[in-house]
Design a protein around this ligand. Structure first.
Ligand code: GYE
Length: 306
């Protein structure tokens, strides 16, 4: 896709749409799949993609956005690592007349005119789905169920919302108790480390709720090293649905996966075309997602795309 511009001399040239995208990092399998989806579909759409990896640091994203503004890109996209602290740089983009599209994670800016649209999942709903499965699993018991929680990156929309949705569902069930909750920063290494600490200080863990597959996969190593059986001695609920998560579920090590879809690249490119063509786009587009039990994971595994 190209935009037609008229040069000073009056001749008309076709120029590629320049799209500056600031990605969170490469912290998880979900993120890698998301990056590939965005890169491939930008290529497909014929855009000139300027891709920047922030390594999970907000300051790097702010720098990248400022550099996109300086380069006068046509459109800026970014997946904000944390929710807060974006107003200033978003205002700079707005003043420069460059539309901003949020993908995957949201910001908490009260001035929603600072971005054109937000394309991504409903993380609260994902947390609710995780909670509902748990409530159903333990519906016949009044005994205390000890839950440990591995949170995503502190201050990020998915960590805040997945916690909130889960708590909302379990709060009316007095026996379902979160006995420990800490961030594992969405990575395998941290998930393993924090789970080790949980196992050390808590004798009786019944359930692990991990905000993504990668942290759960790290935690599974810690659980096995402690001589316990993941999926049996400790039931595991995760979010994302990457291939490795599905593999673990089909081996019975993860009991329930709430899907979060990273493959919105094509939808993002369509949105950009619409925005630049001056079309009205919805302020919020939610991606569609399902859930998977062990049996369903076994069936779906061969066809998983990420
Ligand atoms: O769940 C996690 C990743 O923002 C939805 O970020 C995304 C989350 C995803 O690191 O694996």
């Amino acid at each position: 896709t190209t935009t037609t511009t008229t040069t000073d001399s009056g001749t008309t040239t076709d120029k590629k749409i320049v799209f500056g995208f600031s990605q969170v990092g490469a912290e998880s399998g979900w993120r890698t799949a998301n990056t590939t989806s965005i890169q491939e579909s930008a290529k497909e759409a014929g855009f000139d993609l300027k891709f920047s990896d922030a390594q999970q640091k907000q300051e790097n994203q702010i720098k990248a956005i400022r550099s996109f503004i300086q380069q006068k890109v046509d459109v800026i996209g970014f997946s904000p690592v944390v929710e807060s602290g974006w107003d200033t740089v978003l205002k700079e983009a707005k003043d420069a007349g460059i539309p901003v599209i949020l993908t995957d994670r949201s910001v908490d800016s009260t001035d929603t005119s600072l971005y054109v649209t937000f394309l991504g999942s409903d993380f609260v709903l994902e947390g609710e789905k995780a909670g509902e499965w748990l409530v159903d699993q333990y519906k016949d018991t009044t005994e205390q169920v000890n839950i440990v929680e591995l949170q995503g990156t502190t201050g990020s929309a998915p960590a805040i919302d997945r916690k909130e949705g889960f708590e909302k569902i379990i709060k009316d069930h007095d026996n379902l108790k979160i006995i420990a909750s800490q961030t594992g920063d969405f990575t395998r290494a941290k998930g393993k480390e924090v789970m080790q600490a949980f196992l050390k200080s808590n004798k009786d863990i019944d359930v692990l709720y991990a905000h993504n597959d990668d942290m759960a996969l790290g935690a599974i190593q810690a659980i096995e090293a402690a001589g316990l059986k993941p999926g049996e001695d400790i039931k595991i609920i995760t979010v994302d649905g990457i291939k490795d998560g599905f593999q673990a579920a089909s081996e019975g090590k993860i009991n329930f996966i709430v899907e979060c879809n990273p493959l919105f690249g094509p939808q993002l490119m369509d949105t950009i075309k619409d925005v630049l063509a001056g079309k009205e786009v919805p302020k919020r587009t939610v991606t569609e997602e399902g859930t998977f039990t062990i049996e369903q994971a076994k069936e779906a595994l061969p066809n998983r795309k990420y």
